[in-house]
Design a protein around this ligand. Structure first.
Ligand code: SAH
Ligand code: SF4
Ligand code: F3S
Length: 491
């Protein structure tokens, strides 16, 4: 279907008749509730003599970041104004549950919100995202956090306007969680965090069931969007000033498998590269078990595809990989990295690595370290295994002690950092294209941007360059990023 930009959507909703019956079809049903809520928000605004504010707080991965942009898009269409303060009239937490500490953070924040709501009873608190797909969590919220107004999950993010309407109309909390869905609702508003870059969902859910991972349980089965819908969205983004898109899926290599007409991820990637105005294309995440030669070819011959492949390793031990249900061996992984590096010589390879999976011995851990030495990752995210209730690994015996696991983690982290520093250093003196992303967080006299391979560089330049690709010489290596010099005549 046609994907509308914000202004067009605004018009569409304005012209909608909300005196008739509630439409059954999406997204029109949601447009209807957005318009109903507009009336309520406008009334409140008048009562209070000030705008109503909202704050959407995101935990977790790029999927959640994108979902939050959709939530904010819907709230802005309803008449809310975005604020970064948690003193907002409507506060939403979009949660993650991939590791235990992600959960803990949310409960910590809820304590603070409870306090705030005492002095501002009109405040609306919403919880959504992956954590809400766990029954025990929802039970805890229902019984111990009664001040929460709205609870919904990962499958019905698009329904925010309707859920909000029900909350206001009923005056009591609304909990709406779906177990799974086959639906992909298109053409809802989204407010991007950056004007010039955007995530684009190409698929939802995951069918891989890595034994440690909760994502398949909270995100449901794999569903791909049609290439037409994806390309339409990318075209609309390009028309709205976006130059970089990141294609998002838990395993992008499985893209298109459930579509009536199968389309490979490699084909889709090539199609996205052809969209005029799009200068850079990233993707996240390909699984090493089924990364095709076709995909490597497409990356190699399309300069728009960023020179960065995030290739989660998880473990370097074939025995542990088997227990993790990863479907590749240490040797398969190393051979794949070799192939990628040979065909795409300037590629940056990064990974996720887990330490302390049940049954991991010192010998297994040394295999992980060995892969790190052989691949020499540009960077890697390292995690201590976290037991997730309901996953197969939760029932597995863990022989190693906490101390042993911490010690392994520290050794791994140290090596990863050292290698990363060494690799970063090799870029010194090079002049490369940089997408300028904003003002540097550490020094507001500098701009900050990213190379195609994801390396960060800070440099002096005019704010008007934000969102543009410029050439920068990498002058001084600061460990994991560079201080650079803008090549002025490029501008
Ligand atoms: N679909 C992506 C990412 C999923 S979650 C992929 O397959 O790569 C992101 C990362 O979190 C994973 O790559 C893994 O390294 C880590 N992770 C997932 N479950 C975990 C757990 N139970 N304990 C520790 N780390 C975990
Ligand atoms: Fe989790 Fe594995 Fe799916 Fe990634 S591929 S989301 S690690 S189950
Ligand atoms: Fe977390 Fe859900 Fe992403 S569990 S890592 S936010 S898919």
């Amino acid at each position: 279907m046609e994907i509308h930009n914000r202004k067009e959507l605004d018009e569409l909703i304005k012209e909608l008749d909300i005196n008739g019956p509630v439409p059954d079809k999406e997204p029109f049903r949601q447009y209807y509730f957005i318009k109903k809520n507009r009336e309520y928000v406008a009334k409140k605004k008048e009562e209070l003599g000030r705008p109503l504010t909202c704050s959407v707080n995101t935990f977790g991965c790029q999927m959640n970041v994108r979902d939050s942009e959709k939530l904010l898009g819907i709230l802005e269409q309803m008449g809310y104004e975005k604020t970064d303060s948690e003193d907002a009239d409507f506060v939403i937490y979009n949660t993650c549950t991939v590791r235990e500490n992600a959960n803990r953070k949310v409960y910590g924040h809820l304590g603070i919100l409870k306090h705030k709501k005492k002095s501002r009873p009109d405040m609306i608190i919403g919880l959504c995202g992956c954590m809400m797909q766990e029954q025990e969590v929802v039970e805890t919220i229902r019984t111990k956090y009664k001040f929460v107004d709205i609870v919904f999950g990962t499958h019905n993010v698009y329904k925010l306007a309707e859920i909000y309407y029900n909350r206001i109309a009923s005056g009591s909390s609304v909990i709406d969680i779906w177990k799974d869905t086959e639906m992909v609702v298109e053409d809802l508003p989204a407010t991007r965090e950056y004007s010039f870059k955007s995530g684009v969902n190409i698929m939802f859910g995951c069918n891989n069931f890595c034994t440690y991972c909760i994502v398949p349980y909270v995100r449901g089965r794999e569903r791909s969007r049609t290439p037409e819908d994806i390309i339409d969205e990318v075209k609309a983004l390009a028309a709205d000033g976006v130059v970089e898109v990141m294609l998002l899926g838990q395993n992008v290599n499985s893209y298109g498998k459930n579509l009536p007409e199968k389309v490979s991820f490699a084909k889709l990637l090539e199609m996205v590269c052809q969209v005029e105005g799009i200068e850079r294309v990233r993707f996240m995440t390909p699984h090493p078990k089924d990364l095709s030669d076709e995909l490597i070819d497409v990356i190699a011959r399309n300069p728009k595809v960023c020179r960065h492949v995030h290739l989660p390793l998880q473990s370097g031990s074939t025995k542990i990989l088997k227990a993790m249900n990863r479907h590749y061996t240490k040797e398969d992984y190393l051979a794949l990295v070799d192939k990628i590096k040979t065909r795409i010589p300037d590629v940056s390879i990064t990974a996720d690595i887990i330490v302390g999976f049940p049954g991991e011995t010192e010998e297994d851990f040394l295999d992980t370290l060995d892969v790190v030495e052989k691949v020499r990752y540009d960077t890697a995210f390292t995690f201590i295994y976290s037991k997730r209730t309901g996953t197969p690994a939760a029932a597995m015996e863990n022989g190693a002690t906490k101390e042993e696991i911490n010690d392994r983690y520290n050794r791994l982290f140290k090596r990863v950092q050292e290698i990363s520093g060494e690799i970063t250093q090799t870029f010194k003196g090079k002049t490369l294209p940089v997408l300028v992303e904003g003002i540097s967080e550490q020094n507001d006299g500098l701009l900050t941007g990213r190379l195609s391979n994801n390396l960060l560089v800070h440099f002096e330049g005019c704010e008007s360059l934000i969102g543009h690709i410029v050439d920068v010489t990498l002058v001084e290596c600061k460990g994991f990023y560079f201080i650079g010099r803008l090549i002025e005549d490029e501008v």
